[in-house]
Design a protein around this ligand. Sequence first.
Ligand code: M6R
Length: 612
Amino acid sequence: MCGIVAYIGGKEAFPILIIGLKRLEYRGYDSAGVALLNGDVNLYKCKGRVVDLENHIGEKNTKGSVGIGHTRWATHGEPNDANAHPHAIDNNELSIIHNGIIENYLTLKKELEKRGHVFKSDTDTEVLIHLIQDVKDSEKVDLEEAVRIALTQVVGAYAIVILSKNDPDTLVVAKKSSPLVIGIGENEFYIASDATPIVEYTRNVVYLEDGDIAVVPRHGELKIKNFKNKEVIPYVQELEFQLEELEKGGYPHFMLKEIYEQPRSIRDSMRGRASISRGTVQLGGITDFEQKFMKAKRIIIVGCGTSWHGGLVGEYLFEELARIPVEVEYASEFRYRNPVINEDDIVIAISQSGETADTLAAIKLAKAKGATILGICNVVGSSIARETHGGSYTHAGPEIGVASTKAFTAQVTILTLMAMEIGKMRGHIPKARFNQLLTEIKGIPKKVEEVLKTNDVIEEIAEVFKDASNFLYLGRGLNFPVALEGALKLKEISYIHAEGYPAAEMKHGPIALIDAEMPVVVIATKMGNYEKTVSNIQEVKARGGKLIALVTKGDKIVSEMADYVIEIPEVDEMFIPMVSVVPLQLLSYHIALKRGCNVDQPRNLAKSVTVE
Ligand code: M6R
């Protein structure tokens, strides 16, 4: 979603802002803009990509060592030049960039209109800068205080940066429910909605907390206060990822790079946690909460999109290995129900970005009801990671492609380790079986490497089906969430309508769709319910469906029935999703590419969904 980048210091701000905005492109956006202060404020913005903004600016004046930049993902008002950020007031006396949503903006707007304010856009952000200016003038206070007072009247989520023409030596920033991070350089500061635009300049960062208002100076100390006007001591953290992780590293797309990174990312998720020699799994998210897990009567998993699919895999694993009942909830539904939550419930929130608004809200709800909340997040220091009582990072490294790939397999790796350890703790997994699982899971990265070798076969299949209008994905047991994930991958990047179903559910409706035009992807790996899946395949074949089957290497039965076959190596049933999802990621990638789609930044989608 929207991206923020700002700079104050001794360098020219414009190149920093443009590079930063390009780093933020992965979040998804539809317009971009910058404001630069050099005596006067030069403000440029337009609908389109950052490159369109650069063309729009051309040779115009971009001088200034303080500036703010933004990529907008439309919420209030269509994507156009007027609605793009920054928004300014009074001949650019104040300019603002904003991520989030001001929920009561209409009420505020009406009040401000009565007081003579005139608006040029449809956005909630413009209302906010008018409100701040109104407070500043009427209360005769400085900008920081005006921001504080104005924000007490605001309902919603925001990360804001304000540039003042009359104060070239400070930027004022504030945050609530939308992330904002400040990078500390040598006599300079960088501000951004996530650390990707900052890492090439400094590794020292401060993540603002909800309610923080900071005055960021050109030189000197960063001053942070909370809404109650109390000083907050900045907590400086070191960024863990490297700049190279934000580059394509020779791959044509981030998505392909991230698919190919999976042997490494799965290994990193297990590093220091699963040890064959010690025969142990050690995860911070479990060891610190051992007693809670021993007593837990239920686990509730919340997440959205791919992370929700990861949760569904977790449900099978926890129930099978740890014998704890599990409920998997869409965070967006959970937060608006009145869910029954007990103090001995454990809620596991799964999120790649750690910023998903619905998941964050679900956590806050469950926390207020007394449950223990654990997070499985990829982004270190993210809001969800900070809001939970504990948890485990996935260590997949930055995921830039909007379609989640390596984050999913890393989430499943953590969930598998958790289920194994809890199962052992609660006496449901004998030592020998535990050791066997440990040995097997450590071998998964090699198995994924083998799967990646089927890329050419998958590309050929993609060529055959690239013009299809619909796709059906079927799987049973642990492969059912994989079917859902395969369908989600395809629809989000190729715009082909795709649905995932439990294979046996097909005859209760979707079977009506099957004809010679319908490609059906069946994940028919060797596992407990293999024969049942074979029967479902026969139902597809009998109706003329085009069958693409994912089978275990050496499989004869399904391979003879299928029109196209992708083989994956044999793995313990518990670990199948980590391996079986990979060909489906590649299939989506190749189909989308052949259709000429923007694989890394599909239309309408945002990487980090920070509004509900
Ligand atoms: O950052 P999160 O894991 O919380 O994001 C959840 C979903 O928005 C995300 O998985 C989305 O569905 C992806 N585009 C899937 O590829």
